[in-house]
Ligand binder design. Sequence first.
Ligand code: MSP
Length: 628
Amino acid sequence: MEKTFYVTTPIYYVNAEPHIGHAYTTINADFLARWKRLDGYDTFFLTGTDEHGEKIAQAAARAGMEPQQFVDEVSAKFKKAWEILHISYDDFIRTTEPRHKKVVQQYLQEIYDRGDIYYGEYEGLYCVGCERFLTEKELVDGKCPDHGVEPELRREGNYFFKMEKYRTWLRDHISKNPGFIRPERYSNEVLSILSEPIGDLSISRPKSRVSWGIELPWDPNHVTYVWFDALLNYVSALGYPEGERYRKYWPVAQHMIGKDILKTHAIFWPTMLKAGVVEIYKHLNVGGHLLADGRKMSKSLGNVINPFEWSERYGPDAVRYYLLKETPYGVDGVVSEQGLVERYNADLANDLGNLLQRVRTMVIKYRGGLLHRRQPGPGEEKVVRASGSLAARVRNLIDELKFNQALEEVLQFVRLLNRYVNERAPWKIKDEEDLDRVLYTAVDGLRTVSVLLEPAMPVKMAELRSALGLEKLSVADVEDWGGLPDGHRLPEEAPILFPKVESKKTEQKSAPTGKADKDRVATIEYDDFAKLDLRVARVVSVEKHPNADRLLVLRLDVGGEERTVVGGLAEHYRPDELEGKLVVLLANLKPRKLRGIVSQGMLLAASDGNTLALLTPDDSVEPGAKIS
Ligand code: MSP
């Protein structure tokens, strides 16, 4: 099968300036598009702006501008924002463009002619923020849960699309195609909506009330309902119905959206496509929201974080990396500047940046910058094995939308390379061939990393390759150990890739507080210490404690023996961060029941009052190893 890929972001309303929520959805889509391109897919990536409707007309009026002038200005800001964040879109569609209007009118006319649109009266509760009628069930305390306002009761004459007619077809399609809406919980949410009648969809607004929209082709007194107009962008941008791009990319379409617009994409859109006798899209990928103060960030709530300020301070690639790595796709995430700084320093400055720096220095100092490809020996075994499967593992995780885990895989590899360099200690090696072997393997590993992290950090990874004297590469070039050519030379100079950044909190941490004195305890004899049976254990799986928010339940492998340990870690670690980790277990602590689950031991952790960090051996030792 031909490798083609089509991914879209929602088209953003131009009533608000671009903020981190928009950036998050767009970065996720860009990550996927860049990965697919690197992996050899002919890829088309679409984004754009949603420019019609009541909400936009109101915003233009508030700004004292003509709607068209207003939307031109804000749409340009989105383009600028995506430029700053290195968004590699192939097309940017605006719903006020003639190419889009033409398709909307044509599509409406076709459905109308087929008898799927009729005129009727409607009364319902309308939320202008959502630009749709809400059902009683969706309200929380009588208010829209996303916008925190009471919807207005509206009664008007509208044209209706026979959406209910397609309900059971859609329900069957979703049930038969488990990956159609991902992650699964959103699929279940939609199936539950579809288990009851959904009614027909009002798809027009009387011009007397809303004039900012696309006129219905058969009735100039009405304009098209903004969602009916907006959803069609995904095909109008491809040149529906005859365009070459449409033919090529539509059959493989995947939409990336935020969970707030699930209903419109999972119900309105497929039924609209079915009515137009158009094949429906392949996947709907649903992302969670980024939260600032426990609530979704949005202009109407006034709690917006500005990603462009972060971008200026730490660079766009660091912001991209942080947003992708911090939160598993599909669930809500809490983000903060402090979190960004910590992630940057740990993963990028320490793990990756230092490795590059150390390796480069040694290659230049010991071998004048020249690398020789030597057959790997037993000391290379772990690195060679990991190199041979890394790209495939990353690919699988990305295909399952586990972007954060895909990045963590690569970071684990970076950490393995750091350990490898420490273990093999090139500064001690006398044998030239062996020295070549180690330096080559380290640089070859960095070469692989530069490709696999590129979808997250396109500019920084190009810089990493320059520091290694390499040009653009693709995933196929890094599927295995040893792709770096024999006799390759590193450039003599390269700037520091990720300079460490200071954070307020770390400054405070290092200040003397006198706290250490207070925490000091009386001295003990060695025999007292020897009573502790401390063991290395590997975390096999982790679950949230069913009865306590702060607790996690960990299953450990302690050298063949399995143990369950309950710990107060939920505020500090996500379960998936812990899986696979080596930890230190106090194995002979008397078992204790914690909220109904018996904990067989305790994990050692360090805390400075703010952060809690689990202790982990700095090198790979087998589970069960004794600590003394
Ligand atoms: N115009 C419609 C989409 C039409 S698509 C045919 C719209 N626009 S929007 O600008 O209000 O929001 C678009 C998307 O931005 C949301 O679905 C979501 O993906 C993203 N986000 C907005 N705020 C968000 C967060 N706080 N966090 C993450 N994403 C959120 O809806």
